[in-house]
Unconditional design. Structure first.
Length: 103
């Protein structure tokens, strides 16, 4: 399952799904570094091993604009764990404040 992520939260050496703003292709790549053009005040993100999932080909260019949409893979296992933790916290808070409808 993929979840949208802000550009500032992208982590080094993690794989992301990218929806480029200049074409309607979906890409997959491993984040390498931020790259900026100071003269025109543009920021790009550089990725390694970029693969075009739309055409099923490797991509030559590895720079994406910071205005592109980025998605992080979230495993269902992690989601199940966080749901269980949230439920446990809700039960504890309900008992503490005496409100059985608290969520």
């Amino acid at each position: 399952m993929f979840q949208p992520i802000e550009v500032c939260a992208i982590e080094y050496s993690q794989t992301y799904k990218i929806l480029a703003d200049h074409d309607n292709h979906e890409y997959k790549g491993k984040f390498k570094e931020y790259y900026s053009y100071p003269r025109v005040n543009l920021q790009y993100l550089m990725f390694d091993n970029v693969f075009d999932m739309t055409t099923q080909n490797d991509r030559d260019s590895n720079l994406f604009s910071s205005t592109s949409t980025f998605y992080k893979f979230v495993s269902q296992k992690d989601r199940i764990q966080s749901d269980m933790e949230r439920r446990a916290v809700n039960i504890i808070v309900r008992r503490l404040i005496g409100d059985e409808c608290f969520k």
